[in-house]
Design a protein around this ligand. Structure first.
Ligand code: ATR
Length: 274
């Protein structure tokens, strides 16, 4: 029997998820069929219901529907409740749906396991306070950093996130200007949407030091402006490919009960996506 899955988003044509999941199917010897589905805010819910009716075991949800996806799930895993968004829907035979968010686990797995950068006692900076930032804060705080600082153009949104997650660990917030008074960070994560348009926030040099890990959650075949700037200051850089693969592996685990050995997937993926 073939298990059917899809990723729903808008736009969706360039999503790498089908390639990643087909590869996971091969690596784990599971028969999976994984497609892309374009939706609009008006059609999103019906599309999810239709997929379940035709026997799909689940779907991934990507931009801009992750928040909307919360409302189509009867139950939420703690990671989805904390993130306020769902990127993985598990569809049960009885017609119910459980929402999960594997983005944070994917990011942490990529940094800690693939990049071998322990986050415990480290100073972490997140740039941005939108859905992408919110989705990864609780899992980052769970690693025991010395500090997680959220900086955003609209500082009130960063403040709101710091209040929301105050019980999870040491978290502070502010605008980009206030970064002038910060010491350098060990890890800087760009969770703004600016990389998509070739931009980056105006950042002071003091936040970066030799060997800082500058991680852009955006995936692009070329370095983003944030990555180039960070490297010129001595940082080690990463794009979001590893996060994409690791969050997909967490979804696969939820649906298929086995976590693919992602290490084996990277060479093939790099070959396939050039
Ligand atoms: P996502 O769900 O991908 O996080 P989002 O919720 O729209 O998308 O959040 C976008 C993030 O990028 C926000 O942090 C946003 O800053 P504001 O909250 O101040 O809007 C940030 N961002 C987008 N365009 C920006 C720009 N031109 N300059 C600085 N930050 C920007």
């Amino acid at each position: 029997m073939i298990n059917r899955y899809t990723v729903i988003g808008q736009p969706i044509a360039h999503s790498l998820s089908p390639v990643v999941h087909q590869l996971f199917g091969e690596l784990t010897q599971r028969k999976v069929h994984y497609t892309r589905t374009e939706a609009s805010p008006d059609t999103f819910e019906q599309i999810v219901l239709d997929w379940q009716k035709v026997g799909a075991k689940g779907c991934n949800v990507t931009s801009p529907f992750k928040e909307l996806a919360v409302s189509v799930c009867e139950r939420l895993a703690p990671n989805a409740r904390q993130a306020g968004s769902v990127n993985t829907i598990q569809m049960h035979r009885d017609g119910t749906r459980v929402g999960h968010n594997t983005d944070g686990a994917g990011l942490v797995a990529d940094i800690v396991t693939n990049k071998r950068r322990a986050l415990k006692s480290q100073r972490i900076l997140i740039l941005g306070a939108g859905g992408a930032a919110r989705g990864v804060i609780a899992p980052l705080l769970a690693t025991g950093p010395a500090l997680l600082h959220v900086a955003n153009r609209t500082s009130s949104k960063a403040d709101a996130l710091a209040s929301l997650f105050a019980d999870h660990g040491p978290i502070t917030a502010g605008g980009y200007d206030a970064l002038q008074s910060q010491d350098a960070f060990d890890v800087i994560i760009n969770a703004t949407t600016l990389s998509l348009n070739g931009g980056m926030p105006a950042l002071p040099d003091c936040i970066i030091k030799h060997q800082t890990l500058a991680y852009d959650m955006t995936y692009a075949t070329q370095d983003t402006t944030f990555m180039s700037w960070s490297r010129s200051k001595g940082a080690v850089t990463s794009n979001g490919l590893g996060m994409l693969v690791e969050q997909a592996a967490e979804s696969f685990l939820i649906w298929e009960g086995v976590r693919p050995k992602t290490r084996m997937a990277y060479p093939r993926l790099r070959e396939l996506i050039g």
